[in-house]
Design a protein around this ligand. Sequence first.
Ligand code: LLP
Length: 440
Amino acid sequence: MDHFNFINGHLHVEQVDVSAIVEQHGSPVYLYSAQTLKNHYAVLQNAFSALAPLICFSVKSCSNLSVLKLLVDQGSGLDVVSGGELYRALMAGVTADKIVFAGVGKSHEEISYAVDVGVFLFNVESEAELLRLDAVASAAGKRVKVAIRVNPDVVDAGTHEKTATGGRQTKFGIPIERAYELFTPKRYASVDVVGIHIHLGSPIPSAHTYLSALDKIEEMVNRLQAADCPIEFINIGGGFPAQYSTESNPVCSLTETGSHICGRLQELKRLGLRFIIEPGRSISANAGVLLTTVEYIKQGWDRKIAIVDAGMNVLLRPTLYGANHVIWPTRFGDFSGHWTALSESVREAGAAPLEEVDIVGPICETGDHFALGRPLPVLEDASLLAIFSCGAYGMSMASQYNSRGRPPEVLVEGAHAKLIRRRETHDDLIAHERCGLENT
Ligand code: LLP
């Protein structure tokens, strides 16, 4: 369901040959397909249609204003986790009544900002935060709605330990048993506690993990309703699947996940509850690729090494999580789609010999690699490579480490490519430090 295809052996995003993007904007560069973003939004909407949830795209997964605006134009709301993300969301044109504000450590300033603009719902993660929010809202003379993020103590075995958030050992949410008393009606002056929020981790490969958590949430709703606590919303969070390897069709598993969750929540829907989801990667991951160019090939002691012009500062996921992204040269072979590119059938097809190579970046760290011993067509200096499924947590986690400017971002729609963020310059690298050199 994405729009990255090899046409006559050359990788295209929608109707644009990706090499043309590099000619115009240089390398490395992040490239997004507008149609893919729209498709994934629609697939998700369909998958969850039985619940008709408010979809709040998770800004942290892909924060570029133009991407946010595109999704807002599709009807999406936005999930933000900081004052900066809230600012971005508003700049992208979303109305405050479609913004949910999550995060374990909202500052006084961030809470005031969100109260002032009137966000739809605060996902609150501690009693102390609730008291702070109540005080800020009271001072501003406003009433705010809150969902309590509960920690259901449910962990998906397939989630990386650094992105599992539903377990008791993490900092996230409030243990269910402790959360009950926060729902007591009229306990706060300016806060209405009307929802329950969970986010189990990212990604959550198994729908059963959601179902285990939802069992506990359903029990909680029953108990709260029996105690006359007015529960209006269940926010299921994000973590829905995207495609990173060659194994399965992402849209199927997204659809399956949606239908399992919808099936499980029908009873609560009948009781009049409304639903929110906060998808990030399931919309954006497969809508973006990172293009990077081989600077040098060298022979190590026992391995071939290709040094490319993007490093862990540009794409951190492989270094941080050992994430495995499909990598393939942009001008090699006439494959029907990149998901088959690493499969045995391609090797057997004898399209060309593959050889194992380490794909590494230029950063001065041993962990700065995108793949080790990866079977790829024989690479040369200046080969252009596509690293797939980089639309989520790619650019949004990029840094200037080693004083390397962040790359540009380009959004393609049909035959039209638009620069949506320019490459950072040397001057950008020092812009915030000039003050230190000024005479006072
Ligand atoms: N809602 C909340 C409260 C979250 O914390 C997150 C992600 C999401 C929604 C969206 O999750 P998604 O649908 O994108 O999986 N940097 C990691 C992922 C960290 C996710 C943080 N929270 C990665 O590159 O995989």
